[in-house]
Design a protein around this ligand. Sequence first.
Ligand code: ZN
Length: 348
Amino acid sequence: MNLRRTLLLFLSLTVAITATAQQTTEEKEKADSLKKDSLPADAIIVKRVPLASGPEFNATDVLVVDTIPSSSEGLNIVLYNDNTWRFVRNRDIDVLDETVFIQDWDTTKIQPHKVELKDLPISMVIDLVDSLKSYHYPSKGRVTSKYGPRRRRVHQGTDIDLETGDPIYATFDGRVRICTYVSGGYGNLIVLRHDNGLETYYGHLSEISVKPNDWVSAGQVIGKGGNTGRSTGSHLHYEIRYKGHTFDPERLIDFTTGTLRRETFLLKRTYFSPYSRFTQDFDEEIQSDEEDKKIAAEAAAIKYHIVKKGDTLGRIAINNHTTVTKLCQLNGIKKTSTLRIGQRIRVR
Ligand SMILES: [Zn+2]
């Protein structure tokens, strides 16, 4: 039954492709030039899954029926035996930064990075989701311990409450770097490196379902939550690192709702301080708010005069309670400059 439906799907796809091929070259070129990025009128549009609840799929539960190319070189379509399908990155072509999975790629050493904090850029733009809109919360629930100083040590991640055996999902697309057991610490730990250069850490797991060098997709079940290592009570210890340096995961993820707070993230070097928490950035917010207001006020105070017949710089200055010198400064003109009727002169 499943196979028959799959075959039917293929047949209808083939019909659609043949129909497109019969279009005259001229027509096609015209359509292409008019709407370069749009889809053909008969295209079947499938809504993307919202960021809040990316597709969760357990690679062990479904079988891959076939992998077919899509209209984009960088994407393949994988068909599963439960009649579902998904886009999967073609890893041979679509590599954003080729060095991401090469530089400091170590499947045995948890911390292979040697970049000091002071050598990181002051800020950088991190793309969290690409055209595939790939994101899935690692685990959804109450935050039981936040990032930052905790008594005499620093808590490098966020703790999320769960029941042992709950599925743990890969946050973004990427590759498994570490699967190990750290006694007295992380317990069962998975470290994933993502296309955007970030690494995510999943600690205290009861089960690990992936192995080093595996490619994973956002939403893929990588293991099960637990209580292994230095832990009292089942929870997920979740970290986000850039070149080994941690920052508050709550800057990116709202763990209560499971949603991603933003698609593009400006990662500032100051965020790597254990004292820099998502919830403590109100000062910064107030400051930028004040700057915005200042700029808006300056913009609102600007006044222009449109030059009319008979206007001179002297007359405009007198009428606007200013001086010729000031007018010249504001407009980058000389006292001898000729004024044209209709010209816009800034007077304030
Ligand atoms: Zn923790």
